[in-house]
Design a binder for this molecule. Structure first.
Ligand SMILES: NC(=O)c1ccc[n+]([C@@H]2O[C@H](COP(=O)([O-])OP(=O)(O)OC[C@H]3O[C@@H](n4cnc5c(N)ncnc54)[C@H](O)[C@@H]3O)[C@@H](O)[C@H]2O)c1
Length: 358
C-alpha cells in the first residue's frame, strides 16, 4: 500500500493507494473513527457498480452506513442536488458526529465535499475517487463546489477530507473517454512540476493505455505527491496553486466555444499545446520541448489542435470574462521547460490571435 500525506497542519490527511482498497475502507474507518455513522454518496452509475461493495466493507466492520444516490453527470452538479441531499440527511437525523463518503468521480467529490462543508456548518467526509481524474486531481486539495448557470464551480468552499482511499481496480470499468480525461491532467503534472515523471509517461504509454495497474498506481502516486506539495504550499490558490491551471485558461475557452461538446480532457490537451506555442513565441520555451509535449499528447490519443469549426471570437470573449481573469486580462501558465512553468498575464492579443489561427 502506498501512502502520501497532505501536510496541512491540523487539516492534514493521508491518501492511501492500492488495488482492492474499496474492500478495506470499513476496516480503516473503524480504526480512524471519522464518524459515528457513514452516509455514502454516489451517482447512480457508480452506486450500481461499487455501492454494494463499499457498504459491505463498512457493515463488515460493524459500522452503521447507508447509501444516497443522485443522477450521474455534470448536469447534477448544482445547488438543487445539494439541497436535495441535505434534506435527505436531515430526514435521516444525520448530525455533526456522522460523516459522508464521496464514492465516485469529480462530480460526486465536489458535491459531497461542499455538502459536508455546509451541512450543520461542517461535518467530516472522506473521498473514495473512482475516475482517473478524481484519483489524480479532484479528490485531493479540498476544492469543493457546484456550478450555476453563470459559470462552473462558482459556488463552493475549500474543505479538506479526512482521508482519501484510492482503489486502482475500479478503473477497469471506466470508459476510455473518461480515462483520457484523466490522462490530460496526468500529463499536466509532468509539465508543471516533474520532468522525470513526464519521461515516465513517455516510456510507459502503452502500459498506461492498457491499464496496467502497477504502472497506473505509480502514475496516481506521482500525481498525488505533486498535488499534495502544491496544496501544502498554497492551500487557497493565492499563488503557486495556480500552476495547476496549466492548459486550462485556453482549454476552458475551447470547451465553452464547443458548447461543452468537447470533453474536458480534450480541451485541456488543446489548451496545453496552444499555451506552449505562446511560450515558444515569447522566447520562454524551446521549440523542441514544445514538440515533445505535442507529440506526447498526440501519442496518448488526445487532440492537439483547436478544431477548425470553433468560433475564435467567442473563445477570445470567453478568455476575458473567465472567472480567473483579472480586469479582463486572463493569466496564462506558460512552460519554461518540461518540468517548470511561470505565470503571466503579459500575453499580447495578437499572439493569442496567431495561435488561435493555427
Ligand atoms: N475539486 C477539484 O479540485 C477538481 C479538479 C478537477 C476537476 N474537478 C471537477 O470534476 C468534475 C469532473 O470529474 P469526472 O471527470 O470524474 O466526472 P464524473 O464524476 O461525472 O464521472 C464521469 C462519469 O464516469 C462514471 N464513473 C465514475 N467512476 C466510474 C468507474 N470506476 N467505472 C465506470 N464509470 C464510472 C460516472 O458515473 C460519470 O458518468 C468536474 O465537475 C470538474 O469541475 C474538480
Amino acid at each position: 500500500m502506498r501512502q502520501i500525506q497532505v501536510g496541512l497542519a491540523q487539516r492534514a490527511y493521508p491518501i492511501f493507494i492500492t488495488a482492492g482498497l474499496l474492500h478495506e475502507v470499513g476496516r480503516d474507518l473503524k480504526e480512524r473513527a471519522v464518524g459515528k455513522r457513514y452516509i455514502v454518496i454516489a451517482d447512480d452509475r457508480v452506486a450500481a457498480l461499487y455501492g454494494e461493495a463499499l457498504l459491505a466493507s463498512l457493515h463488515g466492520s460493524g459500522l452503521d452506513a447507508q447509501l444516497l444516490e443522485f443522477p450521474n453527470g455534470e448536469g447534477s452538479k448544482h445547488l438543487a442536488t445539494v439541497t436535495d441531499l441535505a434534506r435527505r440527511l436531515a430526514q435521516l437525523n444525520v448530525d455533526r458526529k456522522d460523516a459522508l463518503i464521496a464514492l465516485g468521480g469529480g462530480v460526486t467529490g465536489d458535491i459531497t465535499g461542499f455538502l459536508a462543508a455546509i451541512y450543520m456548518r461542517g461535518i467530516p467526509f472522506v473521498q473514495v475517487p473512482t475516475t482517473l481524474l478524481a484519483q489524480v486531481d479532484s479528490s485531493v486539495g479540498g476544492k469543493t463546489g457546484v456550478d450555476i448557470p453563470e459559470g462552473k464551480n462558482l459556488v463552493g468552499s475549500f474543505y479538506q477530507p479526512q482521508a482519501v482511499f484510492i482503489d486502482s481496480t475500479v478503473l477497469h470499468s471506466l470508459p476510455d473517454a473518461e480515462l483520457l480525461n484523466g490522462l490530460a491532467e496526468v500529463i499536466k503534472y509532468g509539465v508543471i512540476y516533474d520532468r522525470d515523471f513526464f519521461d515516465f509517461l513517455a516510456r510507459n504509454r502503452v502500459a498506461i493505455l492498457e491499464r496496467d495497474l502497477s504502472v497506473i498506481e505509480e502514475v496516481i502516486a506521482s500525481c498525488c505527491t505533486i498535488k499534495a506539495k502544491v496544496v501544502e504550499a498554497d492551500e487557497r490558490e493565492a499563488d503557486l496553486r495556480r500552476i495547476l491551471n496549466f492548459g486550462h485558461t485556453i482549454g476552458h475557452a475551447v470547451e465553452a466555444a464547443s458548447d461543452f461538446t468537447l470533453a474536458h480532457g480534450s480541451a485541456v490537451a488543446i489548451g496545453m499545446v496552444a499555451v506552449s506555442e505562446i511560450a515558444v513565441a515569447k522566447g520562454l520555451f524551446a521549440a523542441e520541448e514544445a514538440d515533445r509535449l505535442r507529440e506526447l499528447i498526440d501519442a496518448y490519443g488526445l487532440p492537439v489542435a483547436i478544431p477548425a469549426g470553433l468560433d475564435r471570437q467567442r473563445m477570445k470573449e470567453y478568455l476575458k470574462t473567465d472567472k480567473k481573469s483579472v480586469g479582463g486580462r486572463p493569466f496564462y501558465v506558460l512552460p519554461t521547460s518540461i518540468g517548470t512553468v511561470t505565470i503571466s498575464d503579459d500575453v499580447a492579443e495578437e499572439l493569442v490571435d496567431r495561435v488561435f489561427a493555427g
